[in-house]
Design a protein around this ligand. Structure first.
Ligand SMILES: [Zn+2]
Length: 280
């Protein structure tokens, strides 16, 4: 499933192909994805010039010159494929096609169809049902230790569960919550409300750091992509603890034979990876 860094990378990959370009043809190849397409979907996009491609949480926001905003979510398996011209044939999972005035084609392909697309107007975008309950953007200027502490205050769930709550921080998923808690040396089972002061500061800094590191890795995959496949959405990334059960903890020098290395536990049905020696 694409997480925030992947979505950011997709936005950065789309921007040079869409910004300033006019959408001369828009194809919708089925009636619905996870939800139905809005009425007049293709008509409202056709002929419009793209002003910017932005990201909010894990949503891609394509701003158009008449104030319309295309909201896209990649779901579990969505990809954006950029080709210099129309392909000879469509894949069964090519659901939406945007063709620009220079002939470039952006195809949204989603085999599992958990993705979605909707339209909104820029002036009421923040009130859109998908966006209005979202917490602060972790890479935004408004995010800080005190802001995070205030959002965690009074929450008696685990800090892991609290960070997955999109109203606490926007866009964090299972992978980067594990990674950020590791970097901040905080146990995922700690009660969220106890993360205050210096701990909250450490956690906010760690969240930014793991996301920025992953985006940097995505940036290098983007450079590869330009020479290669044309598909945006996923990249390989080395994690410290995520999916590394039993591996030596990269933060400790302790003996794996004695400690068991990185531990996996299940919280609210999701795997959490952490080091019990280092994270308290
Ligand atoms: Zn450790």
């Amino acid at each position: 499933m694409p997480e925030l860094p992947e979505v950011e990378t997709v936005c950065r990959g789309l921007a040079p192909h869409l910004e300033g370009r006019t959408l001369v043809q828009v194809l919708q190849r089925r009636a619905n994805l996870r939800v139905p397409f809005p009425d007049g979907f293709c008509e409202r996009l056709t002929g419009r010039r793209v002003e910017s491609v932005r990201r909010r949480a894990k949503y891609i926001l394509v701003h158009l010159d008449d104030g319309t905003v295309l909201i896209a979510h990649l779901g579990m398996s969505g990809r954006m494929i950029i080709t210099p011209e129309r392909p000879d044939a469509w894949d069964a999972h090519d659901h939406v096609v945007l063709e620009t005035d220079v002939g470039t084609v952006v195809t949204f392909n989603d085999a599992r169809r958990f993705g979605l697309m909707d339209l909104a107007m820029a002036e009421t975008l923040a009130e859109h049902p998908l966006l209005r309950a979202l917490g602060p953007e972790p890479l935004g200027n408004e995010f800080s230790g005190p802001v995070l502490a205030a959002r965690l205050a009074g929450r008696m769930t685990s800090v892991k569960a609290a960070l997955l709550d999109q109203s606490v921080v926007a866009g964090l998923g299972n992978i980067y919550v594990s990674e950020a808690l590791f970097l901040a040396r905080l146990s995922p089972t700690r009660i969220a409300a106890t993360v205050t002061g210096a701990k909250a500061e450490r956690l906010a800094t760690a969240i930014r750091a793991v996301l920025e590191r992953a985006i940097a890795a995505g940036g290098s995959s983007l450079r590869d992509y330009r020479q290669a496949s044309g598909e945006l959405g996923y990249f390989q990334h080395q994690f410290s603890v995520y999916d590394r059960e039993g591996a030596p903890c990269p933060g400790c020098t302790c003996d794996v034979a004695k400690t068991g290395g990185v531990r996996r536990i299940v919280q609210a049905g999701r795997s959490t990876f952490y080091c019990p020696q280092r994270q308290r």
